[in-house]
Design a protein around this ligand. Structure first.
Ligand SMILES: [Zn+2]
Length: 482
């Protein structure tokens, strides 16, 4: 029997606010443990949370970008559980009335758009971090870092619309790209800014009934999510094929060993006892504010990709790469203002620019070559002013110095000789110096043309325009051929 997978994802995304969601503590990553804390985020008795307006704005930005509905009356809830990294003993989240209802994220599967429906997007605070695996922690000890307590998160919950680990990976990449375009999160999985849990079940192919699902946790890369899902789907199918039953349990992914194993029982009990948070009033979002946020949304990745294809007649492949990040698309479009040779420009951006960024681990805003200078370089090549190999040298110098290309071309004497009269003299000299080769060429030894081109190049120090040299040689050699 063939089986198919049914996958839903719950993605936690850390919002890039300056302060935490219910207090004024810094929300930045990487500080010394327990330095970004106060009585509110430490959960001292008698303190009151104050909601961060920016966190709500960022969550709304996401909700509107995916076409969700803003809930007219969202409420916060306490999610009660006891855990060492949660000093309050409860987490402020949203349960029955989340901020955003519905919406969808589009992924491209084999060239076709597939919408992945969303159930909800809600706001919540993060818990702290238990520290075990450091050399300053003893064998049977757990230390707690509360810096992360109260960092604002949104949780994006999808319908089980994903049919394969590959689709799950595409969906996660799209979400990450979206939050980066919206500038509401770094989307960095290694730093924990984007965390994902997955619900997985399998069923006979074509069946409409859902199978028993398991929950997968602890994946910390998109590749890890893909591997974990593939593992779990194989495991479930093997059990069913042997006539067994799937247990509804929570599994932890072990990236090193490539296996998912059940969590210990004491960590699983899902009895959270939600109740409305008494210290925060219901959220009623002003419709003028919603429209203001909607109007401020940037062009989203898929729309931008389609526009690049249409406006610049670029291949899909190019547009996909150029819109990978908002910064790269901005860079490309700024350069495209200054050159008519847009496809050549695209080649330079996808090739040389990305190569240098990767090699030097640079962000685009640190890249020394201004977009208009890259466009000028493309123009110099396309107008025959410099050769393709000289252009590579000029580009490398631009990366070093940030100078405009003309200055480098002038200083290094790299301008091509494109003056026909000047080149004609050189061609004549070369032909006169090699009468034997000329004769053999005229007798049919066509391959000698490259020899003559080489001689002209040598005589001009590599600066002759090769297209023009070829034309002149053919003219002079072919003229008396027959
Ligand atoms: Zn605080």
């Amino acid at each position: 029997m063939d089986y198919e997978a049914v996958i839903g994802l719950e993605v936690h995304i850390q919002l890039l606010t300056e302060s935490k969601i219910f207090c004024g503590c810094s929300a930045s990553f990487g500080a010394a443990p327990n330095t970004h804390v106060c009585p509110v985020c430490l959960g001292m008795p008698g303190v009151l949370p104050v909601l961060n307006r920016k966190a709500v704005e960022f969550a709304l930005r996401m909700g509107l970008a995916v076409g969700g509905q803003v809930n007219p009356r969202a409420i916060f809830a306490r999610k009660n559980y006891f855990y060492p990294d949660l000093p309050k003993g409860y987490q402020i989240s949203q349960y029955e009335e989340p901020l955003i209802l519905g919406g969808q994220v589009e992924i491209e599967v084999e060239g076709r758009i597939k919408p992945i429906r969303l159930v909800r997007i809600h706001l919540e605070e993060d818990a702290g971090k238990s520290v075990h695996a450091e050399d300053y922690v003893g064998a049977n000890e757990t230390l707690v870092d509360a810096n992360r307590c109260g960092i604002p998160l949104i949780e994006v919950v999808s319908e089980p619309d994903l049919a394969s680990p590959r689709e799950a990976a595409l969906y996660l990449s799209r979400l990450r790209q979206l939050v980066q375009y919206l500038r509401i999160s770094s989307g960095n999985m290694e730093e924990g800014s984007l965390r994902c849990d997955a619900n997985v079940s399998v069923r006979p192919a074509g069946s409409v009934r859902l199978g028993v699902k398991t929950e997968l946790k602890n994946m910390n890369s998109i590749r890890g999510v893909e591997r974990a899902l593939a593992f779990e789907i194989r495991r479930q199918i093997a059990i069913l094929q042997q006539g067994g039953r799937i247990e509804p349990e929570t599994l932890l992914w072990d990236e090193k060993r490539g296996v998912a194993e059940p969590m210990r029982a004491k960590e699983t009990a899902p009895d959270y006892r939600y109740f409305p948070e008494p210290d925060l009033v219901p959220l009623q979002i002003d419709s003028a504010w919603i429209e203001e946020i909607r109007a401020g949304l940037p062009e989203l990745p898929l729309a931008r990709k389609r526009r690049l294809v249409e406006q610049y007649a670029l291949p899909e492949y190019d547009a996909e790469i150029l819109t990978e990040t908002r910064e790269l698309a901005d860079y490309f479009e700024a350069a495209a203002q200054a050159t008519p040779h847009v496809k050549k420009l695209s080649n330079w951006v996808m090739g040389e620019v990305l190569r240098v960024l990767n090699e030097r681990n640079l962000a685009l805003e640190q890249f020394p070559v201004a977009p208009e200078n890259l466009a000028k370089l493309v123009n110099l090549v396309e107008e025959g002013e410099i050769s393709a190999s000289a252009a590579k040298r000029v580009f490398d110098e631009m990366v070093q110095s940030g100078e405009p290309p003309e200055a480098i071309v002038r200083r290094r004497g790299l301008r091509q000789i494109s003056d026909a009269r000047e080149l004609e003299e050189v061609v004549d000299r070369v032909l006169q110096a090699h009468p034997g080769e000329v004769q053999r060429f005229r007798q049919g030894k066509d391959k000698l043309l490259t020899f003559f081109v080489g001689q002209v190049m040598q005589a001009t120090g590599g600066k002759a325009n090769p297209r023009l040299v070829n034309e002149l040689l053919r003219e002079k050699l072919g003229g008396s051929k027959g």
